[in-house]
Design a protein around this ligand. Structure first.
Ligand code: SF4
Ligand code: MG
Length: 314
């Protein structure tokens, strides 16, 4: 199978005064059709920026992203408009991403209008169909976003993202702003829709418990860099990177017979404007050695399909 999405050496730097903030630094990974790849890390690690840069909501500083084998970054406006149908985004805060003065019908219908897909009765029927698909009653068509709960609003955001029958969706912390009791419902809905519509997801999250449940593979990011990448089961059963181990140690374990040492990461995340030399995690790593300051660790396939960037693995 060939990948649907290929991220090659992706970089996104921002200028801050006369300095550069390396929000995303040389990301490399693929996402296969029907797959969910989780992208996790603490807030500010560059995961949202990575997701947005991948789909050209931000212009990349370097690298490329191929969608169905074609370099998205070489597309002109017309080609971009066309591919936008196939690539959608679901946002963290469903309230902020929905226009408060538009009805549900207008919100969900907007992409259909912009792309001139369907009109009139056909459009209305499609909107009703989309509402049902996300588990909302068509009675809601003429209501406004403020009349809904957080979970319902996220369903509206999902319906809008699905309107054009996309192939790939960047889900940017779609459940982080929701009550814990609602989170599982929305994740289950995303899983169901994936099966039904053959969707491929990049699922951005800082919560490792939920990301495990939805992801086939997971990427751990820290200060704009990839630390580890492997299948989700494997990441939880045999994490290799000291940062991943620390992140996992704060996740409650459903099975109490599994012993996991609690690791507290000391200090704050360093500024991405002035990141540590060598391994960017070294200022907080309990295993840091001399070489960690001198050399950036290489990306290494330590076990089949299990990649890590750390000098402990040579
Ligand atoms: Fe820690 Fe060194 Fe590995 Fe970085 S490379 S995670 S500092 S041991
Ligand atoms: Mg974010």
């Amino acid at each position: 199978k060939s990948p649907l999405v290929e991220v090659i050496d992706l970089q996104k730097y921002f200028s801050v005064g006369d300095k550069q903030l390396k929000a995303v630094d040389h990301l490399n990974f693929e996402i296969y059709p029907g797959e969910t790849v989780g992208l996790v890390g603490e807030s500010g690690c560059g995961k949202s920026t990575a997701g947005r840069t991948m789909i050209r909501l931000y212009e990349a500083t370097g690298g490329e992203v191929r969608f169905n084998g074609k370099n998205l970054f070489s597309f002109n406006q017309k080609e971009l408009m066309k591919v936008r149908r196939e690539i959608q985004m679901i946002f963290q805060d469903p309230y902020a991403s929905l226009n408060p003065r538009m009805t549900v019908e207008d919100i969900i219908g907007e992409p259909l209008t912009i792309h001139g897909i369907v009109k009139g009765k056909q459009k209305h029927d499609r909107i009703v169909e989309l509402l049902e698909l996300v588990g909302l009653s068509p009675d809601h068509l003429n209501r406004f976003p403020h009349e809904f709960s957080g979970g319902q609003r996220q369903r509206i955001g999902i319906a809008r993202a699905l309107a054009l029958n996309p192939k790939f969706i960047v889900c940017d912390e779609p459940i982080s702003a929701l009550d814990v009791s609602i989170q599982a419902q929305v994740v289950n809905l995303l899983k169901e829709l994936q099966k039904k519509m053959g969707l491929t997801y990049l699922f951005i999250a800082h919560d490792l418990a939920m990301v495990k449940y939805i992801s086939d593979r997971i990427i751990v990011m820290y200060l704009g860099n990839m630390m580890e990448l492997t299948e989700s089961e494997e990441l939880y059963s045999d994490p290799l990177h000291p940062y991943t181990k620390a992140l996992l140690s704060s996740v409650p374990i459903p099975n109490p017979s599994v012993h996991r040492e609690r690791i507290v990461i000391s200090g704050d995340v360093p500024s991405p404007i002035n990141p540590p030399s060598g391994c960017v995690f070294r200022t907080r790593c309990p295993h840091a050695m001399d070489i960690c300051a001198a050399e950036k660790p290489k990306w290494k396939e330590e076990k089949p399909g299990h990649f890590v960037a750390c000098h402990l693995y040579i």
